[in-house]
Design a protein. Structure first.
Length: 161
């Protein structure tokens, strides 16, 4: 089947079988390797992408569901100021990072802060529910998100919240 969708802001077309997983389309047809192939059953978050505005495991999305969708991968998001805020925040708090689920953690942080610019601890915990990171724990992620909020406030308004 032929599938049209928007990938990192560009209209794209791919020919594939209906059941092929999106992660394999991204990696093999578009050379986008930021979404990692891990558990392939929706548990680890290593293959995360933003699918129609929500962080979603690309291993669970079959090709037929991709038609007409809007997808942002970590490669596309890395071109933004928001990405730099998050990466700087992760580095500043020395968040453990082997890279395996980095895309998931970064994209979860962004969609969280889009919805809740000043999230509660519970909202932060909920936002990372789909990422099973062995390199850090939820307390460190909460610390990182709160630090990133300050970085973003200073970039946008020249001050912290
Ligand atoms: S590879 Fe998709 S969630 Fe683990
Ligand atoms: S960054 Fe290492 S498992 Fe998440």
């Amino acid at each position: 089947m032929t599938i049209n969708f928007i990938l990192n802001g560009e209209d794209v077309v791919v020919r594939t079988d209906a059941g092929v997983r999106l992660i394999h389309i991204l990696r093999e047809s578009f050379g986008l390797s930021g979404a990692k192939s891990g558990c392939l059953n929706g548990q680890c978050g290593a293959c995360s992408i933003i699918f129609n505005g929500s962080v979603t495991p690309s291993c669970l999305i079959p090709a037929f569901r991709v038609r007409g969708s809007e997808i942002i991968t970590i490669e596309g998001f890395s071109q933004t100021d928001e990405y730099n805020d998050i990466l700087t925040g992760f580095k500043d708090v020395h968040l453990g990072n082997c890279g395996y689920c980095e895309a998931g953690k970064i994209l979860c942080t962004e969609t969280l802060l889009e919805r809740f610019p000043n999230p509660t601890r519970e909202e932060i915990i909920m936002s990372f529910a789909g990422v099973n990171c062995r390199c850090t724990n939820i307390d460190r992620l909460v610390e990182a998100v709160n630090h990133i909020i300050g970085i973003r406030q200073r970039r946008l308004y020249g001050r912290s919240a």
